[in-house]
Design a protein around this ligand. Structure first.
Ligand code: SF4
Length: 241
């Protein structure tokens, strides 16, 4: 699947999700960045979109500086679809790596510097109570199931490509010629080490939502699969047709 088409599908996911009628009410407000940590996983597709946007804004030196100064982050042991496959097979999944909750380096003066192209994980972070007072985010269970479905579909879309922490996937992609200006600003060993920490995205093995979530989460899944890109159903595109 070509990247341009994959990106159109990803944008349709965002549009359909934003229009989903069962979005919970949130306490999130503009300027709140409490949940902006280094614990963000992305696919290569989302990484390409971020890098292109940064290059188009003339901010390659800025991103090179951010990536050059970024320390390695714990790598999740399983991708979302690997986790789903293990659960569906009844296998023990164990604990994922401990999350690094220090501030995301793409955050400056409390604002995300790549906001228009922020990855799916960041779009899905919400809370029904304010986290600014130090309380953990709170979300309805069905929303977590819906977020997992979106993560699974996005991983499926990028299957075979890098999947991992954003601070590894971004440098991992710097061998693509259009990002040479960013690559020139960082130690050449860094992308190689970052690639070793990434995993590969895999296809969807099945979904995990509960029977009682059929109306809310099931409805969202149907809308996502029935969405269209260039006149073709997203389900067919995901099935390689
Ligand atoms: S990429 Fe932007 S929205 Fe996502 S965690 Fe970093 S600063 Fe926050």
């Amino acid at each position: 699947m070509k990247t341009a088409r994959q990106l159109k599908v990803l944008h349709q996911f965002y549009t359909i999700f934003n229009a989903w009628g069962d979005q919970p009410v949130t306490a999130c407000t503009a300027g709140c960045s409490t949940c902006c940590s280094r614990n963000v996983t992305i696919t290569a597709l989302e990484g390409v979109e971020i890098l292109r946007w940064v290059v188009s804004r003339g901010r390659s030196p800025w991103l090179a500086r951010v990536l050059a100064n970024s320390e390695p982050v714990p790598t999740p042991r399983l991708t979302t679809n690997e986790f789903a496959a293990a659960c569906l097979a009844g296998r023990e999944v164990g604990e994922q790596e401990e999350a690094d909750l220090s501030p995301c380096p793409l955050l400056e003066r409390g604002y995300c510097q790549i906001y228009p192209v922020r990855p799916l994980a960041c779009r899905l972070f919400i809370s029904s109570r304010s986290c600014q007072t130090g309380q953990a985010a709170q979300l309805p269970e069905y929303y977590l199931s819906a977020a997992t479905i979106l993560n699974q579909l996005t991983e499926h879309l990028g299957q075979g490509e890098y999947w991992g922490n954003m601070l590894d996937v971004l440098p991992a992609l710097l061998d693509i010629r259009e990002f040479a200006e960013i690559a020139a600003g960082i130690d050449p060993l860094k992308p190689i080490q970052a690639r070793l920490r990434t995993r590969r995205a895999i296809p969807i093995p099945g979904f995990l939502f509960l029977e009682r979530e059929e109306k809310t989460v099931g409805g969202l899944l149907t809308a996502l699969l029935d969405g269209e890109v260039d006149g073709q159903r997203i389900a067919d595109i995901l099935n390689g047709r």
